[in-house]
Design a protein around this ligand. Structure first.
Ligand SMILES: [Zn+2]
Length: 354
């Protein structure tokens, strides 16, 4: 997260239209829902209506759309047609999931689009479209807007108010919502970026970084397997995990007590139990986990189960690394994995001095 000092510095740069800050930050304007580059010619918003982001992707995930005037997704002096056409196409239909044929319809070469976006904005076009889509889906969750009980009692299916961007993008509720099982979804800000938590009144079902690739499919799968409707809101397990995450990031907690609901195969559940047994500050290799399960040849299956974990940080899949000592993979990105491991190691070292 950006410090208060830096926010003031960015705001000064914004008011001064300081071109030296181009690419260093973007500003989301709460009152209009757009995000701008520092040099935007439009009237400058008040400080309290600004949210600052270091990447365009973060601004998109926070549900801002690109400003029409300063076009934060175009290079200042060199607007590529490919980029312009694609950004406009996304704005026309921001909920769309892009496929190969969509590029053909616009006579755009998919790999050119990927290359140009990556070069200019540090993300591919597909990542851009996804960030914009996810931003929309997460809008109500992020703003903490909850559904009111009278809406719930009239039934998910019959109430068109529930057919918000979240359900359109993350997958519609099954037609037979089993006894009206409802899961609630909340946005949790952490020092490693925003996370989404999904829980019912008893347990936590999902905790993931909102920029995790494949999150939409994970949520859809969860919705189908539990035959639930997922709506914005909060429950006791969500409040509990928010408090515990806060303590974890402050370095005063290493394990979590929030009740969990793990949706997986028996084998996956065994792997996740092994992960829970790795103490903070330590790591294991995929092979060591496979050995511990008595299945030394199941290394690949262990890696898959590790990747299928839907409770990031809480079930510490980040504590599993390659046998060579390299970090291996991580759904939330290797920068986060490295940060988490360093953070946990420091906590252990501090303990040993006490
Ligand atoms: Zn602007």
């Amino acid at each position: 997260m950006i410090s208060a000092d830096l926010k003031e510095q960015y705001y000064e740069a914004l008011v001064a239209k300081d071109s030296e800050y181009e690419g260093l930050f973007y500003v989301g304007v709460r009152t209009t829902g757009v995000f701008c580059r520092p040099t935007c010619p439009a009237r400058k918003p008040k400080f309290e209506n600004c949210e600052f982001y270091e990447t365009a992707q973060q601004a998109l995930l926070a549900s801002y759309r690109p400003c029409q005037r300063c076009r934060p997704l175009s290079h200042p002096n060199q607007v590529s047609d490919v980029v312009r056409i694609l950004v406009e196409a996304v704005e026309k239909n921001p909920e769309k999931r892009w496929k190969g044929q969509d590029f053909k319809a616009l006579s755009i070469d998919e790999s050119t689009a990927r290359r140009q976006f990556k070069k200019r904005f540090g993300m591919t076009f597909v990542e851009y479209a996804r960030a914009r889509r996810m931003g929309l889906a997460l809008k109500n969750i992020r703003s903490g807007r909850t559904v009111i009980d009278s809406q719930l009692s009239t039934g998910y299916e019959s109430s068109s108010g529930f057919r918000d961007a979240f359900s359109r993008i993350m997958g519609a509720a099954p037609t037979q919502v089993d006894e009206g099982h409802i899961l609630k979804a909340s946005w949790i800000d952490t020092r490693l970026g925003p996370m989404m938590a999904i829980a019912d009144e008893e347990s936590l079902y999902l905790l993931e970084f909102v920029d995790r690739r494949g999150l939409e499919r994970e949520v859809e799968r969860l919705r189908k397997r539990t035959k639930s409707a997922i709506v914005p809101g909060t429950t006791a397990p969500i409040q509990s995990i928010e408090r515990e995450l806060n303590e974890y990031f402050q370095g005063i907690r290493t394990a979590f007590d929030t009740p969990l609901f793990c949706l997986g195969t028996p084998f996956q559940k065994r792997v996740w139990d092994e992960l829970l047994a790795i103490p903070a500050g330590e790591t294991r290799s995929y092979q060591e986990i496979a050995n511990a399960l008595g299945k030394p040849t199941a290394c690949r299956a262990v890696a898959q189960a590790n990747g299928a974990n839907q409770l990031a940080i809480v079930i510490p899949c980040h504590r599993v690394i390659n046998a060579s000592g390299e970090l291996g993979g991580y759904g939330g990105g290797l920068t986060r994995k490295n940060w988490l491991l360093t953070h946990e190691k420091q906590g252990q070292e501090q303990d040993s001095y006490e």
